[in-house]
Design a protein around this ligand. Structure first.
Ligand SMILES: Cc1cc2nc3c(=O)[nH]c(=O)nc-3n(C[C@H](O)[C@H](O)[C@H](O)COP(=O)(O)O)c2cc1C
Length: 194
């Protein structure tokens, strides 16, 4: 029999979606604090907790990061080619495209560069944050392409990323304006022994 706790955890995991269309409504600071509090409950290798967080509500800075990353991303997509690349390039090149999907807030999950498992630790933290946000009615999207900003020292300084930290998870949060359909999951390949 499923307990209430099990059914809540499973439904949040199952129903969370990457949101790319946000309502014009701010996420309050205390809610962001709760989301980060859920993030830092994640397990970490050797209990190192190698993270720091940057909360960006400055839409102008987000736009400038988007404008910087966009052509570099287009270049990467164009040289990689493959299925769907032409459609994606068309979206990337449209003037209204914003890397952050016009979300009201960006949270950078940073890892200390010296932490050996920092990328794994911060990815676990990021997933906790996205699930906690969903449980609070807030959508999120991991914007991996925003790590391109690490090539730009000036923007990195504006984002207050210390030199001994790297950006692992650029996460946007906001109240969903619309919910997308769930992308189908492939059947897991499971080897049972015995
Ligand atoms: C490491 C990583 C990088 C991602 N980068 C982007 C991105 O740059 N832009 C974006 O819109 N979505 C990005 N996503 C979201 C995925 O596209 C999304 O999780 C996937 O399509 C499955 O959809 P779902 O999250 O709704 O289940 C990223 C997700 C991960 C885990």
């Amino acid at each position: 029999m499923q307990t209430d706790r099990e059914s809540t955890v499973f439904s949040v995991i199952r129903d969370r979606r990457s949101i790319r269309n946000y309502a014009d409504r701010d996420v309050p600071g205390d809610v962001l604090q709760s989301i980060i509090a859920a993030g830092i409950e994640a397990p970490t290798a050797m209990g190192l907790q190698p993270w720091r967080f940057v909360v960006v509500k400055d839409r102008d800075l987000m736009q400038r990061v988007s404008d910087y990353c966009r052509p570099i991303l287009a270049e990467i997509v164009s040289s990689a080619g493959g299925p769907g690349s032409e459609e994606f390039l068309a979206v990337l090149r449209s003037p209204e495209f914003n890397l952050f999907h016009n979300a009201p807030v960006l949270v950078l999950v940073l890892s200390a560069k010296e932490a050996q498992s920092g990328i794994i630790d911060c990815a676990l933290c990021a997933e906790n944050m996205m699930l906690a946000a969903w449980a609070l009615g807030i959508g999120s999207c991991w914007i991996g392409s925003a790590t391109i900003v690490e090539k730009n020292p000036d923007l990195l300084a504006e984002l207050k990323v210390p030199g001994d930290y790297r950006i692992v998870a650029p996460l946007v949060f906001g109240y969903p304006a619309t919910l997308p359909p769930k992308p189908a999951r492939r059947e897991p390949v499971i080897t049972w022994i015995p």
